[in-house]
Ligand binder design. Structure first.
Ligand SMILES: C[S@@+](CC[C@H](N)C(=O)[O-])C[C@H]1O[C@@H](n2cnc3c(N)ncnc32)[C@H](O)[C@@H]1O
Length: 323
């Protein structure tokens, strides 16, 4: 059963859309130009991300799925019966299906995603597989706190599911802020089940974000087309190239769009100038060790209750408990 969104939540989302415009422009006016990576996910971006997940070089999805399949029962034991599951960045919800299958009578599922296409697809799919599960889809930015208390009061506890190592897209201070938000949102007795990519050889990391078929390059460049479509800018995506490098000092993979020549781009009432080879930082993907992520979780108030990883220690899934 899909629960209808009430006015209160819809108003909260409208306010969030206003701030999006300022966010894009202020990123492009910085010395190192930046664009928020959440704008990757229009319809085409979502299709390209799903293609990336199937690429041989992109070990992340394959490995996280393998861990989910192997340990979903243990994860369900940590979570317990009748939990409300709130998912940040639910995407096509492939891993969610494994989790929901393993859980004992989940009481509510709240997928949150910026992409309407992803939400529509995942809700249709999950309501077919779990016809008795209440589903409350929320389209918007999960970094903006939504008070979901009125919808979850019948649940035994609130669990936030955050797979895909999307936490890696946040700088450490922002990641801590987001974990603090989850701490508040899940409430006492609640928890977080979160996928975290682990630090590994530079060669493997760079290959994952520079695939040989060029799908990641297309995904990165599509961001410019998305901004043109939604905000009326006039980026020429053929005037930029994709670049991804591992920054070992900061333990993160950085994705850039590099301007091929000097050019000017119009965005609303502003002009943004690019020098030849000037870049826009479009995504950071921080890589953690199990210990460094546990430390971050503990600094955010959680108890790091359990962790599962693959045999090569390539990827990890943590269960964080709010005492
Ligand atoms: C890396 S994908 C992960 C998808 C899926 N959870 C998985 O594990 O395969 C990131 C997902 O989060 C969504 N997303 C990214 N930033 C977001 C934000 N700030 N607010 C809401 N959704 C966001 C994207 O639309 C996309 O579905």
């Amino acid at each position: 059963m899909i629960v209808q969104l009430e006015n209160e939540i819809q108003n909260q989302i409208a306010e969030q859309n206003q701030t999006a415009i300022n966010e894009v422009l202020s990123g492009l006016l910085q010395r190192q130009k930046e664009l928020p990576c959440k704008y990757f996910y229009d319809k085409r971006g979502a299709e390209l991300f799903d293609e990336i997940c199937e690429l041989p070089e992109y070990y992340l999805t394959r490995t996280e799925l393998e861990i989910m399949k192997k340990y979903a029962g243990e994860m369900a034991d940590c979570i317990g019966p009748r939990a409300a599951v709130i998912e940040y960045g639910s995407g096509s919800a492939v891993k969610t299906q494994i989790l929901l299958q393993a859980l004992d009578k989940p009481s509510l599922y709240v997928p949150m995603d910026i992409s309407a296409e992803y939400l529509e697809y995942s809700v249709r799919k999950l309501s077919r597989h779990f016809p008795h599960l209440q589903i409350l889809p929320v389209q918007g930015d999960f970094t903006d706190y939504l008070n979901l208390a009125p919808y979850t009061r019948w649940a035994s506890k609130k669990i936030i599911y955050f797979p895909g190592s999307t936490i890696g897209n946040f700088r450490p201070a922002a990641a801590k802020r987001l974990l603090r938000q989850m701490f508040t949102q899940c409430g006492p007795g609640g928890g977080v089940l979160i996928g975290v990519d682990l630090l590994k050889e530079k060669r493997i990391l760079e290959a994952a974000y520079n695939d040989s078929r060029g799908v990641t390059a297309e995904f990165n460049l599509n961001l410019l087309q998305h901004l043109n479509d939604v905000y009326g800018s006039d980026f020429n995506s053929q005037a930029f190239r994709h670049r991804a490098v591992f920054n070992s000092r900061q333990s993160r993979v950085e994705m850039y769009l590099v301007s091929l020549y000097a050019q000017t781009v119009a965005i609303w009432d502003r002009l943004v100038f690019f020098k030849p080879n000037e870049s826009i930082l479009t995504e950071c993907s921080y890589k953690y060790s199990i210990t460094s992520f546990k430390r971050l979780a503990q600094q955010s108030g959680f108890t790091a209750q359990a962790v599962w990883a693959d045999a090569n220690h390539s990827f990890s899934i943590h269960f964080l408990n709010r005492p």
